[in-house]
Design a protein around this ligand. Sequence first.
Ligand code: ADP
Length: 162
Amino acid sequence: MSKIGIYPGSFDPITYGHLDIIQRSLSVVDELIIAVSNNKSKNHLITIDDRLNLINQSILSLPEKDLSKIKVEKFDNLLVHYVKSKNASLIIRGLRAVSDFEYEFLMTGMNRSIDKDIETIFLMSSEKYHFISSRFIKEIHKLGGDISKSVPKPVLDFLSKI
Ligand code: ADP
């Protein structure tokens, strides 16, 4: 039976840090669903459709053998319900600094209290991506800074137009 992993997030926008986690997770799962959160209570800069498009364009830089294992979808229900609806039981999240830990720890605990069969695993990105976050990308870009080392070309082109 093939192992399906779900990588949920806002991806507002997708960065090289996300892409690194996506590639690493393919050594753990047979199929990866990048699940883009359509949570209206979070104030996203980029619309859900544009975030999906940017992910689809950005993953084209991955090796072809990996691409066939990846799907990109949006979800707006409870994550654990979404995971179950995909017949999956594995959530993948990325860890950067210690500062990520508390939020991820709480989220994993909450998810486990809702469904004890769902496991979450954490992957660390390469150290050159440790300081990349979508939030900082947006701030640096707004103030005219160079973000070309942090985001794939489709994101760079998109942000330069807004
Ligand atoms: P969310 O709003 O759910 O935190 P994000 O798109 O910010 O969504 O992040 C999705 C996941 O990717 C999270 O687990 C986050 O810690 C991880 N992540 C984001 N950027 C990086 C990075 N540079 N290195 C490793 N993991 C990352």
